[in-house]
Design a protein. Structure first.
Length: 214
């Protein structure tokens, strides 16, 4: 049977290469949206990371008629009731920069003692018809009182990871991938990918999907 195509619901080349490396030993061909020309995007209006990931995966799978994988992630701060949450990238405004989002968060926590926070990542795998698989990874940490480090992106400069006593922006890429929310979710997916492939093939066969070389 030919390798199974799996479309990553993004045009991000870095994410695509990361998933290809992670699943290199499995009979799957990883593609992304750049391989298919213009495609409609899902509105990320869910209340949770899981809802947004599922919406993106399902929309891509239905539009292309192929199995799809999507992720959604962000920062949840305990003292702010889980904010910025699904609005992590837009916390200081729709066109806000990483620095502006970080600055707003630090202002919100200026006199707050509880600095507990977690990065959360949800990964959804969908077929054109039927249910969706979801994997989640979390990384617990603290919000620093000021930025530190020059690596990474987003909230990395103010997310302090106690076991390594550094912010995410001070860690090497390898160190961050080992402990990050996304890294943990992807490893959970990889550890169960034999079962995921079986589930995908069963679902696609039931729907009458025609097998062909991807």
């Amino acid at each position: 049977m030919p390798p199974l195509p799996l479309v990553l619901a993004t045009r991000n080349a870095g994410k695509t290469q990361e998933l290809r490396r992670l699943l290199a030993e499995f009979p799957v061909v990883i593609k992304n949206l750049a391989d298919f020309g213009p495609t409609p995007s899902a509105e990320e209006d869910g209340l949770t990371f899981e809802e947004n990931a599922v919406k993106k995966a399902r929309r891509t799978a239905k539009f292309l008629g192929l199995p799809s994988l999507a992720d959604d992630s962000g920062l949840a701060v305990q003292a702010l009731g889980g904010a910025p949450g699904v609005r992590s990238a837009r916390y200081a405004g729709e066109q806000a920069s990483d620095a502006e989002n970080n600055a707003k968060l630090l202002r919100e926590l200026r006199d707050v003692e509880n600095r507990a926070a977690a990065f959360v990542c949800a990964i959804a795998i969908a077929v054109p018809w039927g249910p969706t698989l979801v994997y989640e990874g979390r990384c617990e940490g603290l919000i620093a009182t000021e930025p530190a480090g020059t690596k990474g992106f987003g909230y990395d400069p103010i997310f302090f990871y106690p076991p390594l006593r550094q912010t995410f922006a001070q860690l090497t890429t390898e160190e961050k991938n080992e402990v990050s929310h996304r890294g943990r979710a992807l490893r959970e997916l990889r550890n169960e990918f034999d079962q995921v492939l079986l589930w995908l093939r069963q679902r696609l066969t039931k729907s009458g999907w025609q097998w062909a070389d991807p």
